[in-house]
Design a protein around this ligand. Structure first.
Ligand code: NG1
Length: 472
C-alpha cells in the first residue's frame, strides 16, 4: 500500500512520535501540562490527543494551487490537540475550544452543527478548528457514512508551537491536528491522502484559496526526508537531502497576513494565474467550451509545450512571452499577469531541477551549490515576478547570503514570515551567530523581541515526522 493510502498512524506512547532525548522530554512536559489544563477546564481527562507539524517549503512557492509539485519538509514544531467527546445525554451539544495560552487566544464555543458558516469577518484562531470540524463531517457525508444526529459535542484544548504568520503553516497544523482529533474521537480513521484532501478544502472556509501543500506535508511527512508532493491526485515521494547540508529558518519578524489580507494578496495571485491560463488557452486555440474548464496554468501546460515544440523549443515560457503580449490587452494591463505566469512555469521547473540535483551522483558540495543556486533563483522570482516579498525579507535574505548561505529564499506565502537558508552542516552555529549580530541584535535592542526567545526566531531543522493520533 502506498504511504499516502495508509491511515493516519495511531501511537500509544510519545516516544513513537518524538523519539528520544530532549525532544521527548519537552513533549512529555507539554502533554502533561495539556492533560492537567484539560482537567482543570473541563473536569475530565481527554479521550485522546492528536498532533500535526508545521512545515518549511524548500522550493516550489505559490505553485501548489496551480497544480504543480512542491518540495517541503515538516518541522518538529507542531500543534497538539486534546479532545473529549461530550456525554450523549446532553441535548445542547457544543464544541468548546480553549487554547493553552488563553490570554493571547481566547476560548470559543460553537454549536455542534457542521452546516454553520465560518464567520470570515472576524479573523479568530478558533475558526481554524471550526474549519476542521466542518471538514470532517463534510467528508463523512461525501463518503456516504451514517452520521448520528443530534451531532455530538466536543471539548477541545489546543497547544501550538508552530510560529504564527511566519509562512511555516501554523494554520494547517491547527486544521490537521483538530481534524484528526475529531475523526479519532468519532472512532473513524481515513487515509492520509483523504485527510490531506479534505483539510485543504475545509481550510478554504477561512477565505484563502490555498493549494494543499501544507496539509499534504503535515499528514505525509516522514522523519529524515523531505517530500516531493504532487497534486491531482496527491502523492508524496521521499527526497533524501544531502548529508552535508542543513536548513536554517529565520523569521523576518514581519507578520505574513495572508488570511487577513487574502483578497488583496494571496487570492489575488490565484486569480491572476487563472486569468493568465484562460488568456493563453484562447490564444493557443483551445475551443471555448474547453476554456471554461481551465483553472490553472498546469491545465494548459500541454498546449504551451506543443507551441514551443513546433518552434524547436521546449519551455512553456515561450507561449507566455509570445501570446500574453498581444493585443487587445495593453502592456500595462497584462504586465502583472505575464510576470505571475513566468514565475509559475519557471518555479515548477526549479522544483524538478532541485530534485534532480538531489538525486545526482555529484559530490555533496557541488550538489549543495546547485541546490543553493536554485533557491536563490526561486527567491528572485518570488520577489520580482510574483511580488510576494517585503523589505524585511529582502534584508534578511541579503544577510543570510552574506554570511555563508549557499542559497536563501522566502518560504511560504511571503509578504513577511521566514527565510529558509541552505548552509553547510558544520557552519550552522556560526551562521546563527551572524544572523543574531546582523539582523536580530538591533531588534532585540529596540525591544521588539527578547534575547531569550531568539531560538524561536532562528533555528536549524531536520525533516520531521507527520501527523499522528495518540492514545496515551
Ligand atoms: P503559508 O505560507 O503557510 O501560509 C500558503 C498556502 C500554501 C502555498 C503557500 C505558497 C495555505 C494554508 N497555504 O502557505 O498552500 O500556496 O502559501 O507557496 O494557505
Amino acid at each position: 500500500m502506498a504511504d499516502v493510502e495508509e491511515p493516519v498512524p495511531v501511537f500509544t506512547s510519545l516516544q513513537g512520535v518524538y523519539g528520544k532525548g530532549d525532544t521527548l522530554y519537552e513533549a512529555q512536559s507539554r502533554y502533561q501540562r495539556l492533560k492537567t489544563k484539560f482537567f482543570e477546564t473541563y473536569g475530565h481527562i481527554p479521550d485522546l490527543y492528536a498532533r500535526a507539524p508545521g512545515r518549511v517549503n524548500l522550493i516550489g512557492e505559490h505553485i501548489d494551487y496551480e497544480g504543480y509539485s512542491v518540495l517541503p519538509m515538516a518541522l518538529l514544531h507542531d500543534t497538539i490537540v486534546a479532545i473529549r467527546k461530550q456525554d450523549a445525554n446532553n441535548n445542547h451539544q457544543t464544541v468548546r475550544v480553549v487554547n493553552i495560552d488563553n490570554h493571547k487566544f481566547p476560548g470559543f464555543v460553537f454549536p455542534a452543527e457542521p452546516l454553520q458558516e465560518v464567520d470570515r469577518s472576524k479573523h479568530q484562531w478558533a475558526n481554524y478548528v471550526l474549519c476542521a470540524y466542518k471538514g470532517v463531517f463534510d467528508h463523512v457525508k461525501a463518503k456516504g457514512l451514517e452520521i448520528k444526529t443530534p451531532y455530538s459535542g466536543y471539548d477541545i484544548l489546543v497547544d501550538g508551537i508552530v510560529p504564527m504568520g511566519a509562512g511555516v503553516s501554523s494554520s494547517s497544523a491547527i486544521v490537521c491536528a483538530s481534524a484528526i482529533a475529531i475523526m479519532a474521537a468519532e472512532g473513524l480513521n481515513f487515509s492520509k491522502r483523504e485527510v490531506a484532501e479534505f483539510t485543504c478544502i475545509c481550510e478554504r472556509h477561512i477565505g484563502t484559496q490555498s493549494g494543499g501543500m501544507d496539509q499534504a506535508i503535515s499528514l505525509m511527512a516522514k522523519k529524515g526526508v523531505a517530500k516531493l508532493i504532487d497534486f491531482n491526485p496527491i502523492r508524496a515521494t521521499d527526497v533524501v537531502l544531502p548529508r552535508k547540508g542543513a536548513f536554517v529558518i529565520a523569521n523576518s519578524l514581519t507578520v505574513s497576513t495572508k488570511a487577513v489580507s487574502a483578497a488583496s494578496e494571496y487570492n489575488y495571485r490565484v486569480v491572476e494565474c487563472r486569468l493568465a491560463a484562460m488568456v493563453l488557452a484562447v490564444r493557443l486555440g483551445m475551443a471555448l467550451e474547453g476554456v471554461q474548464n481551465v483553472n490553472t496554468l498546469s491545465d494548459i501546460e500541454g498546449l504551451c509545450i506543443a507551441f514551443a515544440d513546433a518552434r524547436g523549443e521546449s519551455s512553456p515560457l515561450l507561449a507566455v512571452e509570445t501570446h500574453l503580449h498581444e493585443k487587445p490587452y495593453t502592456a500595462h494591463e497584462i504586465e502583472d499577469v505575464i510576470q505571475r505566469a513566468k514565475h509559475v512555469f519557471s518555479e515548477a521547473q526549479r522544483v524538478y531541477q532541485f530534485r534532480e540535483a538531489v538525486l545526482s551522483s555529484e559530490a555533496d558540495d557541488v550538489k549543495l551549490r546547485r541546490l543553493g543556486n536554485l533557491m536563490n533563483e526561486s527567491h528572485t522570482s518570488c520577489s520580482k515576478l510574483y511580488d510576494c516579498s517585503c523589505p524585511e525579507l529582502e534584508e534578511l535574505v541579503k544577510v543570510c547570503r552574506a554570511n555563508g548561505a549557499l542559497g536563501a529564499r522566502l518560504t511560504g506565502a511571503g509578504w513577511g514570515g521566514c527565510v529558509v537558508s541552505l548552509v553547510e552542516e558544520g557552519s550552522v552555529s556560526s551562521f546563527l551567530e551572524s544572523l543574531k549580530k546582523e539582523f536580530f541584535r538591533s531588534r532585540i535592542d529596540s525591544g521588539r523581541i527578547k534575547e531569550e526567545d531568539l531560538d524561536t526566531y532562528a533555528f536549524a531543522s531536520k525533516p520531521s515526522g507527520g501527523a499522528a493520533i495518540l492514545n496515551l
